[in-house]
Write a protein that binds this ligand. Structure first.
Ligand SMILES: Nc1ncnc2c1ncn2[C@@H]1O[C@H](COP(=O)(O)OP(=O)(O)O)[C@@H](O)[C@H]1O
Ligand SMILES: [Mg+2]
Length: 369
């Protein structure tokens, strides 16, 4: 029988095989309490994953590996708590004290489906039980309110110290868009300073409350405006959306470089418009080529979060303000996007856990014992 210590338990739990569970997220701090009462184990663990990923089936798998490993145990009482980890950052604490993580959705090039991906990711995260906000910072083509079926203006209230904007909300996602402030006829040359001013205001004057994830739909490209924005926002990380074809990949590489220049981690690459399955024949067509997203993620050692196929329902969902993951929750496409959102959560958690010096210290101490 393996040793009934924190490390022994952890090593056993790492044997759990389940697509919803990433073993790298188990650290010594995951074990909140363990108590042995004769042949009964009482175990409380906390894992950084969305609450909806935890099922009775997964819990049963945990109990099973513990039983296999610690054969003397007659009874195991297991409590699993799921939690969203928080990015520790002084600037974020000052600007967005209630927000645990901030994620930029970026692309080197327009029209690759950045906003579609941002909206569907936000809704997928909210469906998984996270509290989510979305800031539409794309001065060239703000489209988030339309894609989320929102057409009213946000309300403003005055509290003792200042004026606060109440974000709009649909499908469980709180939203503010730069489109609500932009004069449609304003020349693009005015839009740069406007963008960083507005985004600063969105961070300080919007009443976001407590959020697990605040997502920013950035303007496409890697120019001065984008660079200023990624320096203004205290980012946990960025995801880059690209289509599989070479022209889009060239720009995706530039986006990656921009983030590394300002020390913002790239959490992963999402390939959009990966392939098209003809509804009549079921045959798959690589309209924009194939494998490009995976290729550049290997080349730049950045996680590949997944590929989203082309589907008219995704486009229609955007135009009608009914995101695919909400409107067709059981479709294969919704599953793909939900899978991508969970990979993204994993990446955020891994970054946060690695940065959490407390858990590192505990691992070191235990190694010396
Ligand atoms: N996977 C997809 N399948 C079908 N249409 C898509 C898909 N992704 C995006 N679109 C459509 O392509 C157009 C551009 O997408 P959008 O998200 O606005 O791109 P961006 O924000 O990068 O400019 C929109 O009409 C959108 O509905
Ligand atoms: Mg867009």
């Amino acid at each position: 029988m393996a040793d009934l210590t924190k490390s022994g338990i952890l090593n056993a739990l790492k044997k759990v095989d389940d697509s919803n569970f990433n073993k790298d997220l188990l650290i010594l701090n995951s074990i909140k309490k363990f108590e042995l009462k004769k042949d009964k184990l009482l175990l409380d663990i906390s894992i950084a994953m969305p609450s909806s990923s935890l099922s009775d089936e997964l819990k049963e798998k945990f109990i099973q590996v513990l039983k296999n490993e610690f054969t003397d145990l007659k009874k195991i009482e297991l409590n699993i708590e799921t939690k969203v980890t928080s990015h520790q950052d002084k600037k974020k604490e000052a600007l967005l004290p209630g927000v645990k993580n901030t994620i930029a959705v970026a692309s080197g090039k327009g029209g690759v489906g950045k906003s579609t991906v941002a909206v569907n990711l936000a809704v997928a995260l909210a469906k998984d039980g996270a509290s989510v906000g979305l800031i539409d910072a794309d001065i060239y083509g703000p489209s988030i309110p339309l894609m989320l079926g929102i057409n009213e203006k946000p309300k403003v209230y005055q509290n003792q110290q200042s004026m606060k904007i109440i974000p709009l909300e649909n499908y469980g996602v709180k939203v503010i868009s730069i489109g609500l402030l932009l004069d449609d006829n304003a020349p693009v040359i005015w839009r740069g300073p406007m963008a960083s001013g507005a985004v600063k205001q969105f961070m300080s004057d919007v009443d976001w409350g407590e959020l697990d994830y605040l997502i920013f739909d950035l303007p496409p490209g890697t120019g001065d405006i984008q660079l200023t924005l990624v320096q203004t926002i205290p980012l946990t990380g960025a995801v880059i959306v690209t289509t599989p074809q070479e022209v889009s990949l060239i720009d995706a590489r530039k986006a990656l470089k921009m983030f590394s220049r300002v020390n913002v981690p790239v959490l992963g690459i999402i390939e959009n418009m990966s392939y098209f399955i003809a509804p009549d024949t079921g045959k798959s067509y690589d309209i924009f080529g194939s494998g490009g997203g995976e290729k550049i993620s290997k080349e730049l050692t950045t996680p590949f979060l997944g590929g989203i196929p082309i589907d008219p329902r995704i486009r229609i969902g955007g135009d009608n303000g009914k995101p695919m993951v909400y409107d067709n929750p059981d479709s294969e496409h919704a599953n793909i996007i939900t899978g991508i959102s969970r990979h993204l959560v994993d990446q955020v958690n891994l970054r946060n856990l690695q940065a959490d010096s407390d858990s590192k210290i505990e691992i070191l101490l235990d190694d010396n014992n």
